[in-house]
Ligand binder design. Structure first.
Ligand code: SF4
Length: 509
């Protein structure tokens, strides 16, 4: 009967293991299944680093890549090509690997294997993960691949993950040997009876829709792509107003309040809350208006001019692109600053954005020192982030070290001031810059990143580093990043103006 159903793959296993109803709905969604699948969250390849193909080529110089298989005809050809490539592989071919190997089993499953290499005693199957640890879903996928490979008659020597080794330091010149580390999954596969799973999945697909399983992950860690089609009982989807949910005052407090019979913050007496910050947030929710304590104005009015409103953007590539850096090292690539020389003066915008070549660290630090000078307050939000980057740059560039550390000393953290004296119901319990900016200045759009096709500044910056990018595309990405930086600093100025109870000076043209 297995041959009457479309073959099962690791994505089916992932859905089925998460929720049998999700698996069933996907299988019965017909044409919409593909669209639904594309909404599942996935790592954005571009932020892994533009050197990805170089890194793989360095690790497997004799690697062979099979093209992606979109249709059944393509798949059949890819399976044929896989068997031919495996038959032609020789044990002595150093650095040989087959990327994207396609195999089908006689019990209705198929495997699109990231990487096969040849070992002394058989084939070695790997799932490639640009991450430091694997997930249960990775182990499931590898278990399915091993099952399919064995059913195809391949002698499997080992199965595992290839993960990023965070101890690797990129020496430059395209030398990526040592970037990936192997994790053997052989000992864990015994706990995954793939043959039994496949039979159960096939029976499930042929049967009626399964009921909602207890503890189904409908919204965690991401909203289930089948939520709109699932017809959950109303009780399961009942939502509290996010602004008034009990978690606004913290998880622990929320459980105590829930146990005391409260469904949201509207019914909570202020005296039931243990500190001023929680009482302020609850008061703001209950009166549906922000609460600002007068102390915030006093703190800010005492700050000297010039005032520099500063934001950093950083990136951490899985595959380092600059010599001397490690995987996932937090690297600053953009700073944006509005300087206000004196009260009532218009802001002077300045900024730095790394170009497509070379480590930008020194240019970043030099330009920042020049822009911020030796005087005035530097205002940032969640400023520990900016301070830490300055300290790292000071350690890296000793000639600028004292000056960079002096900048760190001048930073005033608006997050701390906001947390001690302010709450807006639209923050819904979140103190991230994104939430605060959206609450206090929705007209600025500082929480958004406007660049078609690029969801985040990180994606846009990573894309701008790709070799051979057309000049117009590079310009478009850089313009979007500059505009984003200016909206961020404008939001910082708006926050300070709000706290000081004054109208803000006009934006520069
Ligand atoms: S919404 Fe929940 S119950 Fe429905 S398919 Fe998704 S995880 Fe399963």
């Amino acid at each position: 009967m297995a041959d009457t159903l479309p073959p099962l793959d690791d994505a089916d296993v992932r859905r089925w293991r998460a929720c049998v109803r999700r698996f069933w709905l996907h299988r019965h969604a017909g044409a919409s299944a593909t669209a639904a699948a594309t909404t599942e969250p996935a790592d954005s390849d571009v932020v892994q680093g533009p050197a990805l193909p170089v890194a793989l080529r360095a690790s497997f110089p004799a690697g062979v890549t099979l093209s992606a298989s979109q249709t059944q005809v393509d798949w059949t050809r890819a399976v044929e090509r896989t068997h031919i490539a495996l038959a032609q592989a020789t044990p002595e071919a150093e650095g040989w690997a087959l990327f994207g190997a396609c195999l089908s089993s006689d019990d209705g499953a198929r495997a699109w294997i990231d990487l096969i290499t040849r070992g002394a005693h058989g084939w070695r199957l790997f799932k490639l993960r640009y991450a430091t640890v694997g997930t249960e879903a990775d182990v499931d996928a590898v278990a399915l691949w091993a099952h399919v490979a064995a059913r195809c008659g391949l002698r499997v020597q080992s199965v595992g993950l290839l993960l990023v080794d965070t101890g690797f330091i990129y020496p430059g010149h395209g030398c990526y040997a040592g970037l990936l580390r192997e994790v053997d999954l052989g000992p864990t596969l015994g706990s995954r009876p793939v043959g039994t799973w496949l039979a159960a999945m096939q029976a499930c697909a042929r049967g009626a829709a399964p009921p909602v399983p207890p503890g189904a992950p409908c919204t965690q860690p991401h909203p289930c792509e089948q939520l709109p089609h699932c017809a959950l009982p109303q009780a399961s989807v009942r939502r509290t107003d996010a602004r008034a949910r009990l978690e606004v005052v913290g998880r622990e407090m929320a459980s105590q309040l829930r146990a005391a019979g409260h469904a949201d913050l509207h019914s909570v007496p202020l005296e039931a809350l243990p500190d001023a910050r929680l009482r302020r947030a609850t008061r703001a929710v209950q009166q549906d208006a922000p609460v600002l304590e007068p102390e915030a104005a006093a703190v800010l009015r005492a700050l000297p001019y010039p005032r520099h409103f500063l934001r950093f953007e950083t990136i951490g590539f899985a595959v380092p692109v600059w010599a001397g850096t490690r995987p996932y090292q937090v690297l600053p690539f953009q700073w944006s600053c509005d300087t206000v020389a004196a009260a009532g003066q218009p802001p002077q915008p300045l900024g730095f954005l790394a170009g497509p070549t070379g480590d930008p660290g020194r240019a970043f630090a030099q330009s920042l020192l020049q822009a911020l000078g030796a005087e005035g307050a530097i205002l940032a939000y969640n400023a520990g982030f900016e301070r830490n980057r300055l300290r790292e740059l000071a350690a890296q560039f000793e000639d600028m070290g004292p000056a960079l550390l002096a900048l760190a000393e001048r930073i005033v953290d608006l997050f701390q001031i906001a947390r001690a004296h302010y709450y807006h119901p639209a923050m819904a319990g979140s103190w991230s810059a994104k939430s605060v900016f959206a609450a206090i200045a929705p007209d600025l759009g500082a929480e958004r990143f406007d660049c078609e096709g690029q969801g985040t500044p990180l994606e846009a910056f990573a894309r701008s580093l790709q070799p051979g990018l057309p000049a117009a595309e590079l310009q478009r990405l850089r313009a979007a990043l500059h505009a984003h930086g200016q909206r961020q600093t404008a939001a910082l100025r708006r926050l300070v103006a709000l706290f000081e109870h004054r109208r803000e000076s006009a934006n520069p043209p």
